[in-house]
Ligand binder design. Structure first.
Ligand code: HEM
Length: 411
């Protein structure tokens, strides 16, 4: 393929998952690549953008918050004006530090982590109990989505009775763009509005009856600006943050679990190695994250003219950094194209390339991934996987592609 004809907005590229072969060429021949203004890009993104594919450059851009700002949001298409500099993913220091500090209390208090670990173990047991009792299941929804959806709902404090409907909305919102599902722009906007409203109503309930979940903490938090004046998050800010939490907490971990099972089944000797040695659970979790790398990219805006790999990125340009590509960069990973459950050194970029935005839910995701596969394979080894295919939402979505529902049967 002539690289000048690359079109990352072409859904066909993701029909088999992430296009690793194409990115191997980009890393080699055009590691900082100005994506052409193809019709698909102009329709969805509205402007050409830079594609950064090497491990070292992904980390460099991610860590340089002065040179590359998050203000325009994480997608390549810039945030609408009313969302710029307003959410955790579209803020830069020092505002970002204040908001993040407040939220991270909800995720990092030792009491919270211990309590959540127990809840995650309980969910894993329940989920595997059901799979065994039924002799199999549809893995993507019944296992891979059920675990993170309930975990993030436990973190936020969403009642169990509301979870199914709410996360069905999140799922459809994220899959808008996949042609086979027929989710048009009207439905996408309705799903987003319904999730916003739910988050705001829940905030009202938490203000009246606080608990120790993240949502109670956020609805009551007082923010101090540089002048020392305090304020609380308004309804729109709360709604946006609720949306980020329910998306970030569920879809990503789901995709690592659903693609992770395939990684084990396609590499039986690695699966046996994992089963034989519980002490490598943490190493295997990191490798599952590297291998599946469910978030394809995040974007930033250059704040000044910058040279990177011999290219001049102009002030104001959009710059996308591609995590699955960084995760297969042979300059960083020995045997980068092999799935090795006991890979000893693994500085993967699946949770971001480092810097102030590094994933807040990383420890929760790790705990779920390790716990689920340990529970599953300690109780059954022989699984038959039905046919699989990928949903492709498209380049406007940071996840872009995810495995469609597939069947698993006990062998
Ligand atoms: C396999 C699972 C996950 C993956 C691969 C993942 C990946 C990412 C990535 C790539 C970023 C952007 C980092 C950057 O801009 O430098 C991010 C940010 C974030 N993630 Fe995750 N994530 C996962 C699970 C979770 C979970 C379970 C939660 C919530 C409990 C979560 C909450 C967040 C939040 C709030 C941010 C924004 C942080 C900030 O901008 O300061 N993520 N995640």
């Amino acid at each position: 393929m002539d690289l000048s004809t690359v079109d990352l907005s072409d859904r066909a590229l993701y029909a088999g998952g992430f296009p690793h072969a194409l990115f191997a060429r980009l890393r080699e021949e055009a590691p900082v690549f100005l994506h052409p203004a193809t019709p698909g890009v102009m329709e969805r993104i509205g402007e050409p953008f830079w594609v950064v594919s090497r491990f070292a450059h992904v980390r460099q851009v991610s860590r340089d918050t002065e040179g590359f700002a998050a203000t325009d949001g994480p997608a390549i298409e810039r945030f609408a004006e009313d969302r710029r500099n307003l959410t955790i993913v579209s803020m830069d220091p020092p505002d970002h530090r204040r908001l993040r500090g407040l939220i991270s209390k909800g995720f990092f208090l030792p009491r919270m982590v211990d309590q959540l670990s127990e809840q995650i173990e309980t969910w894993c047991r329940r989920i595997v109990d059901d799979l065994l009792a039924d002799g199999g299941c549809e893995f993507v929804n019944d296992v891979a989505y059920r675990l993170p959806m309930n975990t993030i709902a436990d973190v936020v404090g969403i009642p169990e009775s509301d979870r199914q409907e709410l996360f069905e909305r999140v799922n459809r919102l994220m899959l808008a763009g996949e042609p086979s599902l027929g989710i048009d722009e009207t439905e996408r906007a309705e799903q987003e509005a319904a999730i916003f409203n739910y988050g705001i109503e829940l905030a009202g309930e938490k203000r009246a009856n606080p608990d120790d979940g993240v949502w109670s903490a956020l609805t009551q938090a007082e923010f101090e600006d540089e002048s020392g004046a305090t304020s609380q998050l308004n309804d729109f800010e709360l709604a946006l943050f609720f949306l980020i939490l329910v998306i970030a907490g569920s879809e990503t971990t789901r995709n690592t679990l659903s693609a992770g099972l395939l990684a084990f089944e396609n590499n039986p000797e690695q699966k046996q190695r994992f089963i034989a040695d519980p002490s490598i659970t943490d190493l295997a979790t990191e490798e599952l994250l590297r291998w599946t790398s469910p978030v394809l990219f995040f974007a930033r805006t250059a704040t000044r003219d910058t040279e990177l790999a011999g290219q001049t990125i102009k002030q104001g340009d959009r710059v996308s950094i591609w995590y699955p590509s960084a995760n297969r960069d042979p300059a960083e990973f020995a045997d980068a194209n092999q799935f090795l459950v006991d890979r000893p050194v693994n500085r993967h970029t699946s949770f971001g390339g480092g810097g102030p935005h590094l994933c807040l839910g990383a420890h929760l995701a790790r705990k779920q991934i390790g716990c689920l596969f340990r529970e599953l394979f300690s109780r059954t080894e022989a699984l038959h996987i039905g046919p699989t295919h990928w949903y492709v939402a498209g380049l406007h979505n940071n996840v872009t592609c995810s495995l469609a529902p597939y069947q698993v049967e006990l062998g």
